[in-house]
Design a protein around this ligand. Sequence first.
Ligand SMILES: [Zn+2]
Length: 373
Amino acid sequence: MNQPSGDSCEQSYLLYTQPVERAEKSPAAGKAVKEYPGADSRGEVDTDPCEVCGSKRARVLYTLPGTRFLTVQCTHCQLGSLWPKPELQELIGFYPEHYYGNDGRKFSLIVEWLVRVVGARHSRFFAGLMPKEGRVLDVGCGRGITLHALMRMGFQTYGFEVSSAAVEGVDSGIQIRVGESLQDAAFPDDFFDEVMLWHVLEHIPAPAATMAEVCRILKPGGVVIVAVPNFSSWQARWCGPSWFHLDPPRHLYHFPLRGLKRLLENAGFQCQSEHHFSLRQNPFGWIQSILNLCPWLPRNGLYAVLHRLGNRRPPFTLAIRLQLWALCGLLAPISLVLSVIAAICRQGATVHVVARRPRTESPSDARRTVIRS
Ligand SMILES: [Zn+2]
């Protein structure tokens, strides 16, 4: 990937604002897309086996100018992914210094307050899914806001992160492990009552292996909660390359709801419920995605204004800032209504699925155990 020039603040700003373009149709080849490295005349590429269905064919959907990456979609199960897969060092470069916030804070004051209010509501939801004083793991726990609330409710709290920078300022009562993958944390078998992956799975290079590991470390009957942007939602389909939750190139996978559930079932889980409303994610997704459709505004400009980028502000003119705030005010009520309607129609722009490890092993689970041992 061509790294943006400048200091880390500018890198962070540039990563958020990279444009995404729809793969160009080639007039000479009818329905085929323009030639991309490795793509055939139909705009399809050979990839690694799909994390959900194992297919090795994917069509080119979007290009990410300024990078060597494409967004491709499995021709069989519609899972979206970044292609080619980035190397580990490249992945680290996707998360600039201020991605995780500063001094335990990530956003401007009002947004930070809202994040914590919503975080407290999430904590009550997570608490209701496990026994009193149960053992809970947050994969990708970041600043540990949710775990802190659960700890105060009497639960035994564990966090996993790939970056030690991300866990700076986490309460010392939370047991944190850092590693390249969840397997590195080496938790014992049948250890947790609940594991949550809250907007994390789309950042992980190997989601299928990660979910198999989650199944191993959960007690039989334990619960996993997985939240991801919903690639099959109205917001994703209507906004296309302008969709805020594409978050290129950090989101390595884009899960359609059906694909996410199949991934969980492949790992040995039984899906129990799906939830389509997120006050924190879905209305903002509408606002920023619609703003991204305005070609004169910087991509993800409002998010850049709300995010704390060190001590620097994104280099927008006053006119751009005023437009971003004015349009945000105008779009806020519309986005809330759209989010409620989408949730009612099970089309949430982000979803979270609650799944359970079965109490008794099925014959296929038993086979997996034999292979593991
Ligand atoms: Zn697939």
